[in-house]
Design a protein around this ligand. Structure first.
Ligand SMILES: Nc1ncnc2c1ncn2[C@@H]1O[C@H](COP(=O)(O)OP(=O)(O)OP(=O)(O)O)[C@@H](O)[C@H]1O
Length: 253
């Protein structure tokens, strides 16, 4: 395999009981790039995102066929350590969901679970993660305040800091800015641009403008299929498939 691909998705079918939500998805996700997943509501973007760190395992009656390789190794092989997989492939959700604890404790939580107890080490990780999430300057004097006292945009950056604290390689983001105002959204988008130097990012977004602004690669999903996957410029300027063109020009969806 080429080492520029952090993930290789191979012929993935996905079912919720009898309902097939994904059909024969294959795509390579490149290292240190931002990959955007777009498409109309219900086309399977979030389902697909959750197959990448096996979050769908938590939903009863689901089944996956095909395979996903992460760093060349199947994440669907038996006996895989799913907790470790989710440490390496972190996730940020649509609604900021900080714990009702202090800012510090939110970020320290993951490292603590993974066995780090040394106070100085924890403090280092918290500060570094808050800096990487472009939040440190805004909260450095109130690390012991409740995370719930932060604005929505700050809470989302805190959730990003929390995800970064366990040193993931991939960051999955499911519409991370859709609950935020334009200023907070712009901050998240700037942050994504920074983070790709160090992480590989896969982002689901309803906003084609956002996909065009932040991503290197874009995949267009329609009714469970990956219709087209290419460089973002190509998708938005000269798509190969008529259905992609119809979608990006607003003719449906
Ligand atoms: N837990 C579930 N159980 C059963 N069906 C589900 C479940 N989650 C999603 N689905 C179905 O799978 C299909 C894909 O849903 P998914 O949420 O992945 O789409 P999406 O493209 O992310 O949509 P949106 O943009 O609205 O979030 C839909 O038909 C949806 O109804």
């Amino acid at each position: 395999m080429s080492n520029q691909n952090v993930l290789e998705v191979k012929n993935v079918d996905f079912f919720y009981d009898d309902f097939q939500a994904l059909e024969n998805i294959s795509m390579n996700i490149e290292k240190n790039k931002v990959t955007a997943l777009i498409g109309p509501s219900g086309c399977g973007k979030s389902t697909f995102l959750r197959t990448i760190n096996r979050m769908n395992d938590l939903i009863e009656g689901t089944r996956l066929e095909g395979n996903i390789l992460f760093d060349g190794e199947s994440i669907y092989q038996e006996n895989i350590d799913v907790v470790n997989l989710r440490k390496r492939i972190g996730m940020v959700f649509q609604q900021p969901n900080p714990f009702p604890k202090s800012i510090f404790e939110n970020v320290a939580y993951g490292p603590k679970i993974h066995g780090i107890t040394d106070k100085i080490k924890l403090e280092e990780i918290v500060i570094e993660s808050l800096k990487k999430a472009a939040l440190f300057d805004e909260v450095k004097n109130r690390l012991d305040s409740s995370a719930l006292s932060l604005s929505g945009g700050q809470q989302q950056r805190l959730c990003i800091a929390r995800a970064l604290a366990v040193k993931p390689e991939v960051l999955l983001m499911d519409e991370p800015a859709s609950a935020l105002d334009p200023v907070a959204t712009a901050k998240i988008e700037d942050l994504i641009g920074e983070l790709k130097n160090e992480y590989s990012i896969v982002i689901v977004t309803h906003s084609m403008q956002q996909a065009a602004r932040v991503s290197d690669m874009t995949g267009f999903f329609l009714m469970g299929e990956l219709v087209e996957y290419d460089k973002t410029d190509k998708i938005f300027e000269n798509p190969s498939d008529q259905r992609t063109e119809d979608y990006i020009t607003g003719r449906f969806g």
